[in-house]
Design a protein around this ligand. Structure first.
Ligand code: 5GP
Ligand code: ZN
Length: 120
């Protein structure tokens, strides 16, 4: 727990969030400023600043994170239609919050709406 980390505060229940999934290791909640009809942030309870800060010891955690993404996609109803998974890394990569998070984006009606500026 990092006192001044917004996402640690959400994990700790000190800051409100629209939770969609929780387990022992991860929580997932709706992004406050969604860039897609469905925009969820999946975060480990452990404070890791970014992909640049993961170590050998986090291999299991990182694998598990994608299984959580699959479960969350199912839960919010985008698993079959499809979705994007994105990590922003560092300020140059668009990362604003320094607590590792996987963006799950989906729910678009058509491909024109889907193409997020700056993303493949
Ligand atoms: P980043 O740019 O760091 O990859 O993404 C951070 C994301 O967190 C942004 O999409 C932003 O809208 C979201 N965000 C920032 N503060 C809060 C908050 O207090 N609650 C929620 N639910 N999302 C937040
Ligand atoms: Zn944190």
């Amino acid at each position: 727990m990092e006192e001044d980390c917004i996402f640690c505060q959400i994990i700790d229940g000190k800051r409100e969030a629209d939770m969609v999934y929780q387990d022992e290791t991860f929580v997932a909640f709706r992004d406050i400023n969604p860039k897609a009809p469905v925009h969820i942030l999946i975060i480990p309870r452990k404070h890791i600043a970014s992909i640049n800060h993961i170590t050998e010891g986090d291999k299991g955690l990182m694998g598990e994170m994608f299984l959580v993404a699959q479960k969350v996609a199912q839960k919010v109803g985008v698993r079959e239609k499809g979705y994007k998974l994105v990590f922003n890394v560092g300020r140059g990569g668009g990362q604003i919050i320094d607590h590792l998070h996987l963006h799950l984006l989906g729910g678009w009606e058509n491909s024109g709406e889907r193409d997020v500026p700056g993303l493949p």
